[in-house]
Design a protein around this ligand. Structure first.
Ligand SMILES: NC(=O)C1=CN([C@@H]2O[C@H](COP(=O)(O)OP(=O)(O)OC[C@H]3O[C@@H](n4cnc5c(N)ncnc54)[C@H](O)[C@@H]3O)[C@@H](O)[C@H]2O)C=CC1
Ligand SMILES: O=C(O)CCC(=O)C(=O)O
Length: 448
């Protein structure tokens, strides 16, 4: 039998050989595999049963054509995906992303991460993810509706409340989930629990909209407490201005921090006095506009084109909430110069591999996405519970459960790191804690 390190290297080599072009997928998988070496040393059965090679292969990949018509009558076609990654601990669960950058590598990396994230929530949900290279930016409501209807025409046969439950992600919010739900209903009948992130009038959960951003701050709070520190009085940079960023901004401000930036793919706004979440919501959620419009509403703020991570200002906490690989090595080194002490990821895989190495080398406490942004999917699972019992819980009931789940995720990750001699490495801790439950379930279920 191979030793743990050699086994991990052999699994990596097999992935590289099988899917050489899937760079995001490799990035996500390799980071997890590397941190599992100490677990394999303690539990050789994982190697005997070749569990890692099975774990990195999705159970099912669905790829399909999505034809749709624009308002001028022209015909278009996009590509749709659903990756049903792992159902060891529950039905596939994870969002749908509509963005031109979506390809199989993106959806596989997101589905792989989702499997570990969902395990960390402590709730019975497996991992999945999907989406399309369709760009909703600049499209009318009726174009988005026609696209969603076409997308669901194919997806409907693969999902169900106990089988696979999609939700939103980049480019898929309440509007899109509504259109997708309506299309599913016409095809297969009313199934309340087939999607989450629904409108409150047809089975949505209170606090789902806020959950990822609020959850990120509950996780950050737990991390700061563990380091005898607190959020009140801290200066925070946030990237992004979508669902996650907006509610992270709102909760951070409520906790007494000052959030000095938010961004979109063109640029960012900076206001040392603090960004106003109400104004950002109005621009992004109501007008569906660009973040540069913020300075028209708040003249003390300044708009800069480019990345927020290149902007030179001292601050304490980084909360990347935009997209994958938005922070590279040079930007991580700039964070060190700017005296950042904590980074907690709202987006999925926003820091590249070299950036993460810089955090570890320089003692920045690092909360990885699969732990720090698990609040969204956790409340999605609570939405599934409410749909099953045909009840709606109050905002506070959901929010209290969310807070506890996020504190538990931090505590479990912290303990797993300590158990394996890696105290303070919350990245390794999250990978190990997320892996354990999935591995036990897969072994118990035989050759799956
Ligand atoms: N919505 C949810 O419940 C969850 C979302 N996430 C992750 O959070 C991140 C953001 O998702 P949402 O807020 O839901 O999406 P969204 O579509 O509401 O917002 C995305 C935001 O990121 C910005 N953005 C996109 N590409 C960018 C770039 N290259 N540079 C700077 N900004 C860029 C967009 O302008 C927009 O403001 C994604 O990585 C997503 O996978 C993670 C967990 C749950
Ligand atoms: O709520 C969900 O099911 C999906 C959330 C999601 O896509 C994520 O955690 O990245």
């Amino acid at each position: 039998m191979l030793d743990a390190k050699a086994y991990v290297e052999s699994v990596k080599a097999a992935i590289q050989q099988r899917d050489p072009e899937q760079v995001e997928f490799q990035e996500a998988v390799f980071a997890v595999l590397d941190s599992l070496v100490p677990v394999l040393e303690k539990h050789p059965r994982v190697i005997q049963e070749n569990l890692l090679e099975r774990l990195v292969e999705p159970e099912r990949v669905i790829e399909f054509r999505v034809p749709w018509q624009d308002d001028a009558g022209s015909f278009h076609v996009n590509r749709g995906y659903r990756v049903q990654f792992n159902s060891a601990i529950g039905p596939y669960k994870g969002g749908l992303r509509f963005h031109p950058s979506v390809n199989l590598s993106t959806v596989k990396f997101l589905g792989f991460e989702q499997t570990f994230k969902n395990s960390l929530t402590g709730l019975p949900i497996g991992g999945g993810k999907g989406g399309s290279d369709f760009d909703p930016k600049g499209k009318s409501d009726s174009e988005v509706m026609r696209f969603c209807q076409s997308f669901m025409t194919e997806l409907a046969r693969h999902i169900g409340p106990d089988l696979d439950v999609p939700a939103g992600d980049i480019g898929v919010g309440g509007r899109e989930v509504g259109y997708l739900f309506g299309a599913y209903k016409r095809l297969r009948g009313y199934q309340n629990g087939v999607l989450t992130g629904k409108n409150l009038t047809f089975g949505g959960s209170l606090a789902r909209t806020e959950a990822t951003g609020y959850g990120l701050l509950y996780y950050t709070q737990a991390m700061l407490h563990a380091n005898s520190d607190q959020i009140a009085g801290k200066k925070i940079k946030i990237s992004g201005s979508g669902n996650v960023a907006i509610y992270a901004l709102q909760k951070a401000t409520e906790m007494g921090a000052t959030v000095v930036t938010v961004s979109d793919s063109d640029g960012f706004v900076y206001d040392p006095a603090g960004i106003d979440d109400g104004v950002v919501r109005q621009i992004k959620e109501v007008k569906r506009g660009r973040i540069k419009e913020y300075v028209k509403e708040v003249p003390t703020a300044v708009y800069h084109p480019g990345s927020v991570w290149d902007f030179d200002v001292e601050y304490d906490i980084a909360l990347p909430c935009a997209t994958q690989n938005e922070i590279d090595e040079a930007q991580a080194k700039a964070m060190v110069q700017q005296h950042v002490k904590y980074i907690c990821e709202g987006a999925n895989m926003p820091s590249d591999e070299q950036a993460i190495a810089v955090y570890h080398e320089n003692g920045i406490a690092y909360g990885p996405a699969k732990a720090a942004n698990a609040g969204g999917v956790a409340v999605s699972a609570l939405e599934m519970s409410q749909n099953s019992e045909r009840l709606s819980w109050t905002f506070n009931e959901v929010d209290d459960r969310l807070e506890k789940i996020m504190h538990d995720i931090f505590a479990e990750s912290e303990k797993a790191a300590e158990d394996y001699g890696l105290a303070g490495n919350y990245q390794a801790g999250a990978n190990i804690a997320g892996f354990k439950k999935v591995a036990i379930a897969m072994i118990a279920q035989g050759l799956v």
